[in-house]
Design a protein around this ligand. Structure first.
Ligand code: FAD
Length: 379
């Protein structure tokens, strides 16, 4: 809330929320909102890290970035169970989205400088470190089958002998040909050569979950949503055939694990079902797990993983467009979860997943390091 007083006396960092700061332009604002959604969802531990070590709130247990203007970022910080407003000032004023991202990264770097190696790397620091080392592998489609009317199972093989999975919700950036005679993906193709191409010459690419890595066959299984658009990777998935050359850059992961005795809540639309399946495979047999999965209707249901004891609840959106139904939060609320012993993973349309995260973190009070909710696509 504007004008709220934060707890710290450290006026260099946490200060009274500015009323005079200049707002970012609407175009920049839109991009910055996506950045905030991404860091709050995927790197909540990193926001907490800067709140603790840059924001002089060492006992904070949760933090969320709620607003950014030209001069700083506003946080909601939880201290002793109470939510309080805090503001971190940028070293220099910002006006573009890359400058905002740079300023946030600068805060992480200065928090790290303050704390040294007394604390493990945050998820964002780990990501920055590991993505620089990832390889692009050129591989081929060897199998395409239907899992449901809007989900295809695609198996890739060749060039994957040195693939080292995390065996969690592993994902990779998948590059696919623009047309059957597009030979851009071949020897020497890599993430950096793709980034150097003009946008209209780039093969389509998007992140896809590794549903399964078969070590014996050195093959990767993906589940791709047929979302009805001819373009992009989804468009390719609808016409994919064995023999086609594609490439994968990865692996990366988002879910960071939790006590096996904790109740694992897994929430997803079709785009997140491969991640849910991979996570179910990775859990101890005794770990309690509940899946809330959205699809069109009963004809689109299928077995996500062979795991006895898993409570799988399907939500049907019927004629509603993907990403528009509001059933997830009601279904999660009805579970009557214990915040002390629940860990949650969610993947799907960004706004739907954000709503579930809001319920779990703010209403139910599950700490940020046990809520892994990530937007996989935007409607
Ligand atoms: C870490 C991660 C893992 C992912 N894993 C998977 C996976 O295993 N399987 C999978 O299918 N997707 C997965 N996704 C989502 C996938 O990357 C996006 O759906 C992506 O937009 C697909 O790219 P595209 O080129 O087909 O479509 P885009 O060019 O990005 O979008 C074209 C149009 O399609 C719409 N659209 C995109 N995705 C969907 C969807 N799922 N349903 C309905 N409409 C959609 C967009 O709103 C847009 O209008 C994952 C995303 C992330 C970040």
């Amino acid at each position: 809330m504007p004008g709220d007083r934060a707890r710290s006396d450290n006026e260099d960092t946490i200060v009274t929320r500015s009323t005079g700061a200049t707002a970012l332009s609407p175009e920049v604002r839109e991009q910055v909102d996506l950045t905030l959604e991404h860091v709050n969802g995927n790197h909540a531990d990193t926001i907490l890290f800067i709140a603790r070590h840059r924001g002089d709130a060492p006992t904070a247990t949760d933090a969320e970035a709620v607003d950014v203007d030209t001069e700083g970022v506003d946080l909601e910080v939880t201290i002793d169970g109470e939510s309080t407003a805090a503001r971190l000032r940028f070293d220099t004023p910002v006006s573009t989205a890359p400058e905002v991202q740079g300023a946030l990264l600068g805060m992480v770097a200065s928090a790290r400088q303050a704390v040294g190696d007394a604390e493990p790397l945050t998820s964002l620091e780990e990501e920055l470190q590991t993505t620089g080392e990832l390889l692009t592998r050129v591989t081929s489609v060897v199998e395409v089958t239907e899992l449901s009317p809007n989900l295809r199972r695609i198996v890739l093989q060749g060039g994957l002998d040195d693939w080292e999975p995390y065996e969690a919700d592993d994902f990779a950036f998948l590059f696919v040909p623009r047309s059957p005679d597009d030979d851009t993906i071949g020897d020497g193709f890599s993430m950096s050569s793709w980034q150097e191409l003009p946008e209209d010459e780039r093969p389509p690419g998007a992140y896809y979950t590794i549903r399964r890595f078969d070590r014996d066959a050195s093959s990767i299984e993906l589940w791709a949503v047929l979302h009805g658009h001819d373009e992009g990777v989804g468009g390719w998935a609808a016409r994919a055939e064995p023999g086609e050359t594609v490439a994968v850059w990865g692996p990366r992961r988002f879910f960071r694990g939790a006590e096996p005795s904790f109740h694992h809540l897994l929430v997803a639309d079709e785009s997140g079902l491969a991640a849910v399946g991979a996570l179910l495979d990775s859990l101890d047999p005794a770990t309690p797990a509940t899946v809330i999965a959205e699809t069109v209707d009963a004809d689109h249901e299928f077995t996500i993983a062979e795991r006895p004891g898993t409570d799988v609840r399907w939500l049907h959106r019927g004629d509603a467009a993907p990403g528009e139904s509001v059933g997830f939060v009601d279904e999660v609320r009805a579970l009557d979860l214990d915040p002390e012993t629940t860990v949650a993973f969610g993947a799907g349309e960004s706004r739907q997943v954000t709503a579930v995260r809001g319920y779990l973190r703010r209403e139910l009070g599950i700490p940020a390091d046990r809520v892994f909710m990530t937007g996989y696509w935007r409607r």
